[in-house]
Design a protein around this ligand. Sequence first.
Ligand code: CUA
Length: 353
Amino acid sequence: MTGSSVSFVRFTPCRGACRGTSSWRGSALTAGTIILQSVILSSCSGVQSALDPAGPEASDVATLFHVMLIGGVVIWLGVVGALFHAGRRAREPYSERTAGLVILWCGAIIPVIVLAALLSYAVWLMPNMRPWSSGGEGGLRQIEVSGEQFWWRVRYLDPEGNVLFETANEVVMPVGERVLFVLKSPDVIHSFWIPSLGGKMDMIPGRTNRLALEASKPGTYRGVCAEFCGPSHALMAFSVEALERGEFEAWLSGRQNAASNPGSQGLALFLRHGCNACHAIDGTDARGTIGPNLSAFGARGTVGAGTLPNTEEHIARFIRHPSEIKPQARMPSFGMIPEGDAEEIAAYLKGLK
Ligand code: CUA
């Protein structure tokens, strides 16, 4: 900035010269915008959308998004307006004093006020997502979830914190009740996120984080890992089923007595091939703790933590070549397993409900 004036980048808005062709272009632009908006907005609903909230915490997040969006649009309009104004005045430059005031107000004071207001609003909303905002953790139902490469260990806890039973890659919770998720990780940092129910929370090795969420309507939602954790980070999802209180209690007691079909040939093969070194099936001799607990596996919707639909064919495929489906999965390949054995084990697992 030298001399007695300052020049802004010259900007020449379209004036009379382009009016002749503007009407059809305008219509095409409007039609294009409407189509684009419908495509974009149609993806705002569904089982994994922060803009389709199914609980109070998620509603806070969606409200925050809309406030930020409106704030962003207002700021953008202000900046574009200032740009047009500067373009029109390109031939009559501002005095140095006016330019200095514009830079001070538009470059410092107004952004500080706007950002401070948006940040204060976000911080004011945040405590609702923490367990202590409802008067502490006492009395909240606890579900411990551990993010592991690349699946989710899920443990239902009693009020004293003892494990009732363990499952994997699925969370079932009651509607209309705040549930405390106790979040851990034994390997790398993962992040627990159920977009329809609330914000995300990191799962950090050596640390326990807590997140309280509530589902306000029954339904099935999708949870994901929101922190890059390795080659199969994107193949690490889980399902969340929100059930009415009575249905949830029935599920809870039924799940604690899940079938194990002890006399089946599939279980014998499961034990013979050493699957029990890593996996447990309640009510059998399979008590491994390294991999996912497979009790009631047939009731799950997917194989490999949201990777494939749960069919016997996909289970057998996963047994033979897990890393083909899930790169760097810790499960070893059982490609050399005798013909038919993987299918027999798959049928057994699919029958566990
Ligand atoms: Cu676990 Cu990304």
